[in-house]
Design a protein around this ligand. Structure first.
Ligand code: PXP
Length: 236
């Protein structure tokens, strides 16, 4: 299983002050040096965290691969075609949401998505569709020609009872199996952390996980001590 790191939260922190740091591009380089096998960023229509400059610089400087999460809107599709990420992950986007809330309704917009997938693939961009672990959506992703699906693990990650969590692991496992049988690559992500990753990593069909929040949160704690020591050295 490969790990790709979503660096949106570094940009969120930057935007909290409206300045230039912390720079998500620097974060991407550190993640790569640590062994991350790809960098993920979500260029949202409202540019609330990652912006156009970040995407441009990430494209120019990262050495692994770029997974651009994006809504299937004309403006962002054009940016993807100019940027040429290795992978475009299509997600639904609502302006009011704190984070991506649900999977894409592929079944409900097959005609539109088929055209978008084809357009991106024409430019040699692989396309992944972020879907809930529902067989009809996986089937629809195959029908519109997606190279991969990213299975939405958010409901599983948020489940409070072990029984429900176990049932959701089985749902994810079945969805992953179906996607693989249909010839698609299988990624998974959303809400995965150091604890709930364990059952997911045993699902053989899942080739890649995309993780952001848990990693950046942990990064604050494992890095804070060093940061304070460096400032103390200066202060003393
Ligand atoms: N995959 C997709 C499609 C997402 O939208 C997100 C959140 O930006 C992630 C993975 C990563 O989720 P988290 O930040 O909870 O690890």
């Amino acid at each position: 299983m490969r790990l790709t790191v979503n660096i949106d939260h570094v940009a969120t922190l930057r935007e909290a002050r409206g300045g230039v740091e912390p720079d998500p591009v620097t974060a991407a380089h550190i993640c790569e040096l640590a062994g991350a096998e790809g960098i993920v960023c979500h260029l949202r229509e409202d540019r609330r965290h990652i912006n156009d400059r970040d995407v441009r610089l990430l494209r120019e400087t990262i050495k692994t691969k770029l997974d651009l999460e994006m809504a299937a809107t004309p403006e962002i599709i054009n940016i993807a075609i100019e940027t040429l990420p290795e992978l475009a992950t299509l997600v639904p986007e609502r302006r009011q949401e704190l984070t991506t809330e649900g999977g894409l309704d592929v079944r409900g917009q097959k005609h539109y998505l088929r055209d978008v997938v084809k357009e991106l693939q024409k430019h040699e961009i692989e396309v992944s569709l972020f879907v809930d672990p529902i067989p009809e959506q996986i089937q629809a992703a195959h029908e519109v020609g997606a190279n991969k699906v990213e299975i939405h693990t958010g409901e599983y990650a948020n489940a409070r009872s072990p029984l429900i969590q176990q049932a959701l692991v089985e749902k994810i496992r079945a969805a992953a199996k179906l996607a693989a049988e249909l010839g698609m690559g299988v990624n998974a992500g959303h809400g995965l952390n150091y604890i709930n990753l364990v059952p997911i990593k045993h699902i053989a069909e899942i080739e890649e996980v995309s993780i952001g929040h848990a990693l950046i949160s942990r990064g604050v704690f494992v890095g804070l001590e060093q940061a304070v020591k460096e400032m103390l050295d200066l202060v003393k």
